[in-house]
Write a protein that binds this ligand. Structure first.
Ligand SMILES: NC(=O)c1ccc[n+]([C@@H]2O[C@H](COP(=O)([O-])OP(=O)(O)OC[C@H]3O[C@@H](n4cnc5c(N)ncnc54)[C@H](O)[C@@H]3O)[C@@H](O)[C@H]2O)c1
Length: 302
């Protein structure tokens, strides 16, 4: 069955530019009605430009889709509530939330002022919480929801000078891990997107040739998100890599623990390679399953 979002409504934050714009256009192309949110500020989160969200909403309408602009700030709980309400008031429901708004304030850790730490966490991580917190009652009531939280390689691999951004992006993986469990019985699927695209955010960090920019067009990220936002998607708790026309998965894994009775630091040193080997590594659904596995391993040893 071709992926269709007819009868679905979506809220995409940071949808006035870059990756978010590509996602909003593709969701609309597949039939979703879209609230296009964007505050329209600078890359470091200063100021606002109301025309940014408006222009993408008009672009969707010009292509025959249905959209409404929203210029709220995702860091503000009342603004986030208003974005959710806007979809429900206009179209009767909200099915899809894509938390994508983002800023950068890169500085090496020893030079990072608290204000820059807090501002970046507020947009990426608190913004994600604000959206889920306000959308959740509708998801529970209608027994349906699709959520995509935009994370980054910076969060699970590290990128010099991005401690605030990396912490926020890794935090979104934790938010997904719990939201996927709380959404399970309400048919709410929660996944993370790890995009790669030429936008003002990436070209600010490293210059790209025109050929590379063309190959990394932000629109190329969107197909994975449209799938994750569809009825067809029955996956939850996944981190999906998407960019430059290639798709994949990232995951947090754990190996089997090495039992060492009455261990000392010397025992840990002696068996360090075995302890840190990822040969037996597995991805676990939740804490509950790892507890059960550890319990079974302990019983087998006894
Ligand atoms: N481009 C990449 O390769 C890449 C890689 C990893 C992660 N990401 C993530 O993808 C998302 C989109 O980034 P992009 O590259 O398209 O950057 P971008 O700067 O082009 O787009 C981000 C948008 O978010 C909006 N925004 C910022 N703060 C906001 C707020 N408080 N409320 C509402 N809107 C706000 C901005 O106005 C902007 O239009 C971000 O979360 C970013 O961290 C991007």
């Amino acid at each position: 069955m071709p992926v269709s979002l007819l009868e679905r409504t979506a809220l995409v934050t940071g949808a006035g530019r870059g990756v978010g714009r590509g996602i909003a256009l593709d969701l609309a192309r597949h039939g979703a009605k879209v609230v296009v949110n964007d505050l329209g500020g600078t890359l470091d989160g200063e100021g606002a430009d109301l025309s940014v969200a408006e222009s993408v909403a008009r672009e969707i309408e010009a292509a025959g889709g249905v959209a409404a602009a929203n210029t709220g700030d995702v860091t503000d709980s009342e603004d986030a509530y208003a974005m959710v309400r806007q979809a429900i008031d206009l179209w009767g429901r909200l099915d899809i939330v894509v938390s994508n708004a983002g800023i950068l304030r890169d500085r090496a850790l020893h030079n990072l002022p608290e204000a820059d730490w807090a501002a970046v966490l507020a947009v990426h991580l608190t913004g994600g919480y604000n959206l889920l917190h306000h959308a959740w009652p509708a998801f529970r009531q209608q027994h349906y929801g699709r959520v995509v939280l935009t994370t980054s390689n910076s969060g699970f691999l590290g990128n010099f000078g991005q401690s605030n951004y990396a912490a926020a992006k890794a935090g979104l993986i934790g938010l997904m891990n719990v939201a996927k469990l709380e959404g399970e019985k309400y048919n709410v699927m929660v996944n993370c997107l790890n995009p790669g695209a030429a936008t003002r955010m990436t070209t600010a960090v490293s210059a790209m040739t025109p050929e590379r920019e063309a190959a990394m067009r932000p629109e190329l990220v969107a197909p994975a998100v449209t799938y994750l936002c569809s009825d067809s998607c029955q996956s939850s708790g996944m981190i999906i890599n998407s960019g430059g026309g290639a798709f994949g998965r990232a995951a947090i894994v754990q190996n089997e623990r090495v039992p060492i009775a009455d261990a000392t630091a010397d025992d840990v040193e002696a068996r360090w390679d075995e302890i840190t080997s990822l040969e037996s590594a597995e991805h676990w659904w939740s804490v509950r399953e790892t507890r059960a596995a550890h319990e079974a391993a302990r019983e087998a040893q006894a």
